[in-house]
Design a protein around this ligand. Structure first.
Ligand SMILES: Cc1cc2nc3c(=O)[nH]c(=O)nc-3n(C[C@H](O)[C@H](O)[C@H](O)COP(=O)(O)OP(=O)(O)OC[C@H]3O[C@@H](n4cnc5c(N)ncnc54)[C@H](O)[C@@H]3O)c2cc1C
Length: 278
């Protein structure tokens, strides 16, 4: 495995990075942790002539914790989230999710923004952040815009990113204090094979299945069962999940995959921990 030659640019600010991406067009790519990108380059699937390294851009590395939201720069690494004491206190589900991502080498370099922008279907954060209705901020040649993550993710390796656009931050609105949040995954190798995220609130519930489909799959039928039973009727929610996955899944091994998804929902409910105040 060897890489074709490229020129490395190391801008200090967002505007310069956007200008470089615009200038070199299809021949340029943003490089953050490089855990996905460099692999693609080594395998010859990507051969950009210009790598725009975003690691010097301070705006991408901000991380703010408030009572009602987490604001996480797209260039914040998995490891930094995993080790954040306030996030561990308020949202233990997110920290345990991050601790299970890949291995420590990948978590040290890989960023949350890189994970979401690469849009590999087997992503852990995408499922939980979709359930929490996170939004993403993007900056490009036409200015800035904010999108719900649910709309940003379009399919396998496909997002709403426009040419020369950079994801700058992820905003996670926190459910009310006391709401329970859970995430459970089955990983046969490094990445999740199937996963479920649940948000159990007395006002609204969310149930999302990850990794089975090209992008996280909402299961409103299961969420409605949990909402009307105050999170107690897990058997009916698991059955609703099984039926919903069967309805979208037409491939081989449907029954098995639907069964796994329903088990993940049961376990995510069992794992759910209360969201605490800051
Ligand atoms: C061995 C291995 C195991 C893994 N296991 C897991 C797992 O269990 N769970 C899981 O969820 N993930 C897993 N991953 C994926 C990992 O989380 C991602 O590789 C990592 O988060 C990507 O971030 P990065 O900064 O390295 O992205 P890079 O490799 O630098 O970039 C990836 C792509 O996203 C683009 N990009 C990056 N940041 C931005 C931005 N801010 N704006 C616009 N475009 C951007 C780049 O241009 C590139 O196209 C695994 C990866 C590996 C290699």
């Amino acid at each position: 495995m060897s890489m074709s030659p490229f020129e490395l640019h190391r801008p200090d600010d967002l505007l310069s990075a956007v200008r470089l991406l615009e200038k070199y067009g299809d021949d340029a790519v943003l490089h953050m942790g490089g855990t996905e990108l460099l692999l693609l380059m080594k395998l010859g699937f990507a051969q950009p002539g210009h790598l725009i390294d975003g690691k010097r851009i301070a705006d991408l590395k901000r991380l703010e914790v408030a009572d009602d939201r987490l604001t996480i720069g797209a260039g914040v690494t998995h490891r930094r989230i995993e080790r954040h004491r306030d996030i561990a206190h308020m949202m233990p589900a997110l920290v345990s999710l991050e601790k299970a991502v890949a291995n420590i080498r990948v978590r040290n370099a890989g960023t949350l923004g890189g994970n979401l922008c690469f849009a590999e279907p087997h992503s852990d954060p995408a499922t939980l952040l979709a359930a929490l209705d996170a939004t993403v901020d993007l900056v490009g040649p036409q200015g800035g815009r904010t999108l719900p993550l649910r709309e940003f993710l379009i399919g396998a390796f496909a997002t709403a990113l426009a040419p020369a656009e950079i994801m700058t931050r992820i905003t996670v609105p926190l459910p009310r204090v006391g709401a329970r949040v859970g995430y459970h995954r089955l990983a046969l190798k490094e990445r999740p094979t199937v996963a479920a995220a649940v948000v159990l609130d007395d006002r609204r519930c969310e149930v999302w299945i990850g990794a089975l489909t090209a992008k996280p799959l909402p299961v409103p039928e299961a969420a409605a069962v949990l909402a009307s039973s105050a999170g107690r009727d897990v058997t009916a929610a698991a059955e609703a999940t099984r039926a919903a996955v069967l309805a979208v899944d037409a491939g081989e091994g449907d029954d098995y995959r639907a069964q796994l998804a329903s088990v993940m929902v049961r376990r995510a409910v069992a794992d759910a921990q209360p969201r605490l105040a800051l």
